[in-house]
Ligand binder design. Structure first.
Ligand SMILES: [Zn+2]
Length: 428
């Protein structure tokens, strides 16, 4: 991005930010775009910096700008109007791992041995949906800010840390509070829809988070990725939820090309051809059905639990048969019996329901669910779910769910009674 826009590529540069004129030392003190010490870049300022470079050819850069970008010659674009930030690199491969590493060092000093800490992480049940992203080979001794996890593993670990270690840490612990602030920030920036009010709340969360970080770790620097977060609220207001532009999808697409390079002769032709073969294969194999499902069983509706509620919903008589399955996949999202989904909201809180059976009806997936009373547990940063008394049964098509994702009911470490739902984004 910096190369294309004409900025210095190194984050060690004094003027490292493509959005503003902050320098390395001020970035440790300025945590909001409202701060008078922060000057946003603009087409006028950029032109002044380009002129500085022309006036003095010995200069290699002026306020972080190396050269004029060709993109400025476009009629409807100026590089000062670029709002693209990447939550995968900034948060998951940057700030998240850095702060998890510092938190683990703190936990090891006061609460738990290093071996037990790692054992808890490896032994924890992350649930069916996250089993692929389970953290492995954590390295707390490596140099730098990372702990050796990829982006998906970091997201899985960081959202589950409260359930894994929450029992050890007192509720008023400031280091824990820093983690919870980061999780609140993460929930907003990973959300698929964000209100304007949430961007204002996000601004305050970032200020509070960065202040507390400097208070707890005065000898540790905030990294440039911490500073980029300061620009997030404005970027979201300009271009919408950041999850829609995160590089995760592009990197997944890119991986195909990285994996298939064996022959470097006429590389672009080889890659284009292999990509066409792959696309042809996928289209050939692609299921034409909107709903993919597990093995289907035909059962008489009257033998099913809650049949008196299912029958009027489906407009099917009790004597008729229905198609039952244990799992369905719709638009790439898997739903299974036993998982939770969000079926509504109550007082701005999501309400979760547990899928008890899945019926295939008229080419659609219909879920039979038990609604759960939901409340947010601050210390565990998770939704505590309990069956409502008396039981409330819901029958809904997949399209009518409040939120498209499905979740596991999880337990906190060492406790096997209370269920929690962990989400990486806000559900509204
Ligand atoms: Zn900046």
């Amino acid at each position: 991005m910096h190369s294309i826009l004409g900025f210095l590529e190194s984050f060690r540069a004094n003027y490292f930010c493509r959005f503003c004129l902050i320098d390395q030392s001020s970035a440790q003190l300025v945590f909001s775009e409202d701060d008078p010490c922060l000057t946003l870049r603009s087409p006028i300022l950029n032109n002044q910096h380009y002129n500085n470079l022309v006036d003095d050819p010995t200069l290699t850069s002026s306020f972080g700008i190396k050269r004029k970008s060709i993109l400025n010659s476009l009629k409807y674009f100026n590089i000062a109007e670029n709002y693209a930030v990447d939550i995968m690199h900034d948060i998951l491969e940057g700030v998240g791992q850095y702060e998890v590493k510092l938190l683990f060092q703190y936990l090891i000093e006061y609460f738990i041995s290093k071996d037990s800490l790692l054992n808890r992480i490896y032994a924890f049940n992350y649930g069916y949906m996250e089993k692929k992203n389970k953290p492995t080979n954590i390295n707390l001794d490596r140099a730098g800010h990372g702990i050796g996890l990829n982006a998906s593993q970091t997201l899985c670990l960081i959202t589950n840390i409260p359930l894994i270690f929450g029992d050890l840490v007192p509720e008023d612990d400031l280091h824990w509070h820093l983690l919870l602030l980061l999780l609140h920030i993460l929930n907003i920036v990973f959300s698929y829809s964000i209100t304007e009010g949430m961007t204002v709340y996000l601004k305050h969360l970032i200020i509070e988070h960065h202040r507390l970080f400097k208070e707890l770790y005065p000898s540790n620097n905030l990294i440039p990725k911490h500073h980029f977060m300061v620009h997030y609220p404005r970027c979201i207001r300009k271009i919408g939820p950041l999850i829609h532009i995160w590089t995760m999808r592009f990197e997944a697409k890119h991986k195909f090309f990285k994996d298939c390079v064996k022959n470097f002769k006429n590389l672009t032709v080889s890659l284009a051809r292999k990509h066409q073969f792959a696309l042809a294969y996928h289209w050939e194999c692609m299921s034409l059905k909107a709903v993919e499902s597990g093995p289907v069983k035909m059962r008489s509706l009257e033998t099913q639990e809650y049949s008196e509620i299912i029958s009027p919903y489906l407009h099917v008589d009790l004597q008729n048969t229905v198609k039952l399955t244990n799992w369905v996949k719709c638009s790439g999202v898997e739903y299974r019996v036993g998982l939770f989904v969000c079926t509504g909201t109550y007082e701005n809180m999501p309400v979760f329901s547990k899928i008890t059976s899945i019926i295939l009806h008229d080419g659609k997936a219909v879920f039979v669910m038990v609604e759960h009373e939901t409340c947010f547990h601050d210390h565990f940063h998770a939704y505590q779910v309990n069956e409502t008394i008396p039981k409330k049964i819901l029958v809904l098509e997949r399209e009518k769910l409040r939120h498209f994702k499905s979740f596991d009911g999880q337990m906190s470490y060492g406790c096997d009674s209370q269920l929690y739902v962990v989400s990486d984004s806000c559900i509204i």
